[in-house]
Design a protein around this ligand. Structure first.
Ligand code: MN
Length: 246
C-alpha cells in the first residue's frame, strides 16, 4: 500500500514523524509536506505560481518539502507517486474539533485526498507541552489506523486523540455556536494589534467529537464532501421559487 503522509505544521513537526513511523508498519510511506507551518490555511491551493519540491532527510523516509499548502502537497504528491492508496495528515499539534474543521489545513489535506478519490484521514492531538506527549500517543496509532484504513464507508475521516486515550468512539461534528473571538493588544511600536483566537468550549452534547475527546476517547468522525443542506433543498424546492410567486 502506497501511503502519502502530510500535515499543516510543516515537514519538521514531531507529529508528522510519529504518524509516518506508524504508517510504515502498514505500507510504503512517502512524505510530501509544507516546508513551513500552514496551520489554519484551510483548503487553499496555489495556482498563481508554480510549486517547488525538495528532497529532505526525515528519518530515512522518501520525503519532500513543498513550498505550498497542505492541499497542494496532496495533489503534487499523488501526481509524483502516480497515485496513492491512502493519505494521512497530521498528527496536528492542536485539536481540530467542531467548527475548527472549516479552518484546518490538516483536515484540508485529507479532503483533497478524498476529492482525488483516495481515502483521507486527518489526525490531531492537543497542543503538547512536551514532546513526550507525542511519544506517549504512539501506541494508540496502530489501533486507530486498523479501525479506519481501507474501510469503504470511511473515505474521509477526522480523528482527534486526547493525551491518554481510553479507547475509540465514532462521533459527529460538534456544531455549537462559533467560539472565535478577537483579542486586542498592542504592538511594541505602539500600534493596535488583534489576535483572532478560538477558545475551547465545554461540550455537553454526548455524541460529538468535542465531548468524546474531553472525556478521554479518541474521536473518529466520518465526513463527506457534499456541503449541500439536503433538508433545506427539499423544503425550498417543494415551496417553489419565491420569485415565481410574486
Ligand atoms: Mn497545524
Amino acid at each position: 500500500m502506497k501511503i502519502l503522509v502530510t500535515n499543516d505544521d510543516g515537514i519538521y513537526s514531531p507529529g508528522l514523524l510519529a504518524l509516518a513511523e506508524a504508517a510504515s508498519e502498514i505500507g510504503e510511506v512517502h512524505i510530501f509536506a509544507p516546508h513551513v507551518e500552514q496551520s489554519s490555511m484551510g483548503h487553499a491551493i496555489t495556482h498563481a505560481r508554480p510549486l517547488g519540491a525538495f528532497r529532505t532527510k526525515i528519518a530515512g523516509f522518501d520525503a519532500w518539502r513543498v513550498d505550498g499548502t497542505p492541499a497542494d502537497c496532496v495533489t503534487l504528491g499523488s501526481s509524483r507517486l502516480d497515485g496513492a492508496d491512502l493519505v494521512l495528515s497530521g498528527i496536528n499539534l492542536g485539536l481540530n474539533l467542531g467548527n475548527a474543521m472549516w479552518h484546518s489545513g490538516t483536515l484540508a489535506a485529507a479532503k483533497q485526498a478524498a476529492l482525488l478519490g483516495i481515502q483521507g484521514i486527518a489526525l490531531s492531538m492537543p497542543v503538547p507541552d512536551d514532546d513526550k506527549r507525542i511519544e506517549a500517543l504512539r501506541p494508540a496509532l496502530p489501533e486507530v489506523l486498523d479501525e479506519i484504513v481501507g474501510e469503504r464507508d470511511l473515505p474521509l475521516v477526522n480523528v482527534n486523540l486526547p493525551f491518554e486515550p481510553r479507547g475509540l468512539r465514532y462521533t459527529r461534528q460538534s456544531v455549537r455556536p462559533y467560539d472565535g473571538a478577537v483579542v486586542a493588544g498592542q504592538h511594541p511600536n505602539g500600534r493596535p494589534i488583534y489576535w483572532i483566537v478560538a477558545s475551547p468550549v465545554e461540550d455537553l452534547e454526548e455524541d460529538t467529537d468535542r465531548f468524546a475527546v474531553q472525556r478521554g476517547w479518541v474521536s473518529i468522525t466520518p465526513l463527506r464532501l457534499d456541503l449541500t443542506d439536503h433538508a433545506a433543498l427539499e423544503r425550498v424546492r417543494k415551496a417553489g421559487l419565491r420569485s415565481a410567486q410574486r
